[in-house]
Ligand binder design. Structure first.
Ligand SMILES: Nc1ncnc2c1ncn2[C@@H]1O[C@H](COP(=O)(O)OP(=O)(O)OP(=O)(O)O)[C@@H](O)[C@H]1O
Length: 629
């Protein structure tokens, strides 16, 4: 059944087929309602946008071409998602705070860049579609995403184009990082060529649904964010839930390796469905880059790839990477290959002509087998309420079928992202995610800090210079000076020596799915299948510790015995209020008298860590109504 999305009034809107409503493309995910061509959307600044054809589908939303009312050219896109979806909320705020057109232009001027593959937002607003509140953003329209060329070229991109793409993506990283953010989800499906004349000269990095502040303070694994990203390319830091600048570089590295025609070991070994195994494989891979790479290439490993990956492996978690020297690795290679770093990005490989770019939605179907789910799960999932208060509904999901058989995803692949954004607790009726389940980082091996020359440094030996803060860093103090904690790393060989990850057997993390973005933070409604039942339990959420959530199911209680528990454990007065409220509700017609209704507000405690992400807004937990499956 589709994800339940509640309207502002709390009415269950999705999942109740309406007469005449368009059928859902994918029953598993509550995709947005269709917007028909010609619909006029008015954004918050009162600008009006006429919706054209649908040109893309992501994991959570749909992208339409759009034109300004009164104009003829569909040079814009509207990205629309149900209001409760976390990623578009995050993306919108990222653009608002950091990526205004004038910011991008200034950055280009300061760095002498003719163009920069940084998208921006032109407008945003809300629209009610079939009774469901949706959020939309308006952006410039770009061209085809490069995963199309990669796939049609036999999973390969010409070497020169790889290096040019790498340089362009490093420019974008430098911009994003200078805003204090990381992208965390670079992949071919998120890289779009420009649109129109000369569009193919520049690639744009889209999809800021996972953007978050990076940390330069302590390396604190965060179970709520573990494994976020697209499992093939997720960095080792992201596997631990820590957003870092080096993580973005690592993600780019894995992509480059794949674009060059090699299969990443964790892809080859078919372990993508087990994030912790992928994490371990990456730790091992990065522990000895030269040898790891050797095993991937039949002939010799391309020099720039080895040099770049060696550099990434040496980066400290709180270090500002040396963009300029990394770009130099690739631009020197282009020079050697006599390929100009300008003009059209070419995707035709020697033996195969790549088709003309197109933004058509036609994509290979992805057939996937989902793992058997013969158990009872408890999930927390967000529903729509308002922008800043994400409501988590507590539901018991009973997955009846011992096996979910082949599931055909007809959305775009590999872009088709599904974010199983839930902590699924399997197994026993008394379900607990305890502090035991959080990863333990064992004492770390001290490691020599490797630093590079500052941006704009003289261009000799790219990887041999000493790092100095750039003027910008000097001003804002972004680059942290090496201190004791900074000079230790969470990385070494083998993985067991550093990241000792213990999960309670009762816990199953979000299932990783190839090519799909995973967001493991519970801020987005999740795909749900099977029946959903209401049940009684106490919920205790700790937002400030490694303990994520402690769910204890209790016996079905009468309305009188209901007791609210807040995050601070101060249950007396609040809980009596909750009891009073629930009793009141229970007396209202339509309420199940046997089901206590508990509403618990959990506010995130102020953190001293400045790297709070917009993905962790205040959280409200409330007892859900019965969901009819
Ligand atoms: N500005 C744009 N211009 C043209 N096409 C776009 C644009 N933005 C996105 N698309 C197309 O829509 C697809 C999905 O976009 P996007 O990645 O932003 O969606 P999403 O729902 O966030 O995806 P994900 O599944 O990665 O979370 C892209 O692969 C691309 O083909």
């Amino acid at each position: 059944m589709p994800r339940a999305v509640k309207t502002k009034t709390g009415a269950l809107a999705a999942g109740v087929p309406k007469k005449g409503s368009a059928p859902k493309r994918n029953k598993l995910y509550a995709m947005p309602e269709k917007i028909s061509e010609g619909t006029i959307l008015t954004d918050l600044s009162k600008a009006q946008w006429s919706i054209g054809s649908s040109i893309g589908t992501g994991g959570f939303g749909e992208i339409y071409s759009a034109c300004r009312v009164g104009e003829k050219n569909y040079n814009y896109v509207v990205k629309c998602e149900p209001h409760g979806n976390g990623p578009l909320f995050v993306e919108m705020h990222f653009y608002m705070r950091n990526a205004k057109l004038e910011d991008i232009k200034r950055f280009q001027r300061e760095h002498g860049l003719k163009s920069l593959g940084m998208p921006y937002m032109i407008g945003n607003g809300s629209v009610e579609l079939k009774g469901i509140k949706h959020r939309f953003i308006v952006m410039p329209r770009y061209g085809s995403d490069i995963s199309k060329f990669f796939l049609t070229n036999g999973r390969r991109i010409p070497e020169g184009t790889i290096y040019r793409l790498a340089i362009q993506m490093l420019d974008v990283y430098e911009f994003i990082h200078s805003c204090g953010y990381v992208h965390a989800d670079l992949k071919a499906a998120n890289i779009l060529l420009g649109y129109g004349k000369d569009g193919n000269n520049q690639a744009y990095l889209v999809d800021y649904g996972l953007a978050s502040h990076y940390t330069t303070k302590d390396f604190k694994p965060d179970p709520k964010k573990m494994h976020n990203g697209t499992i093939e390319y997720t960095s080792r830091d992201a596997h631990q839930g820590v957003p870092t600048m080096r993580a973005d570089f690592e993600i780019l590295g894995y992509n480059i390796i794949e674009w060059s025609g090699s299969q990443l070991p964790w892809v080859k070994n078919n372990i993508l469905t087990v994030p912790t195994k992928v994490q371990k494989a990456k730790e091992e891979f990065m522990a000895d880059v030269p040898n790891s790479l050797k095993t991937l290439y039949a002939k010799s490993v391309p020099g720039p790839i080895i040099e770049y990956m060696k550099y990434v492996a040496k980066l400290e978690y709180n270090e500002t990477p040396d963009y300029e020297n990394c770009r130099k690795i690739f631009s020197s290679a282009l020079k050697d290959m006599k390929i100009p770093n300008s003009g059209e990005l070419l995707f035709a490989t020697k033996n195969k002509e790549s088709p003309a770019p197109s933004t058509s939605r036609a994509r290979p179907k992805l057939v996937e087998r989902r793992s058997a789910a013969n158990d009872t799960s408890v999930e927390l999932c967000a529903s729509d309420d308002d922008d800043d208060d994400v409501i988590f509904e507590e539901k018991e999901v009973v997955k009846k079928a011992p096996q979910r058989t082949l599931k055909t995803i007809t959305k775009r692949s590999p872009k088709t992202a599904v974010s199983p954004k839930r902590a699924i607790v399997r197994g026993s009726p008394d379900v607990k995610i305890s502090s035991k389940s959080t990863p333990k980082i064992t004492p770390l091996r001290k490691r020599r800090s490797t630093s590079f020359s500052p941006s704009k440094a003289p261009r000799s030996s790219p990887l041999a210079k000493k790092s100095k803060p750039t003027p910008r860093e000097a001003v804002n103090g972004k680059r942290s000076t090496p201190n004791t904690s900074a000079s230790y790393t969470t990385r070494s060989t083998p993985v067991a020596a550093t990241a000792n990850i213990n999960f309670s057997p009762a816990i199953s993390l979000s299932t990783a799915r190839p090519g799909k973005t995973i967001v493991n933070d519970n801020t987005t409604p999740v795909p749900r299948a099977g029946k959903t039942y209401e049940f009684n339990f106490e919920l205790d959420v700790s937002m400030d510790a490694n303990v994520v959530v402690n769910v204890k199911r209790k016996k079905k209680a009468t309305a009188n015995s209901t007791k609210g528990v807040d995050s601070t454990g101060q249950s007396s007065s609040k809980s009596s209020r909750a009891t009073a409220q629930s009793t009141k509700r229970d007396q209202t017609p339509g309420n199940d008298k046997n089901t206590p209704v508990t509403r618990v507000k959990v506010r995130k405690l102020p953190s001293d860590d400045a790297c709070d992400s917009p993905r962790t807004p205040a959280v409200t937990v409330k007892k859900s109504k019965r969901i009819v499956s």
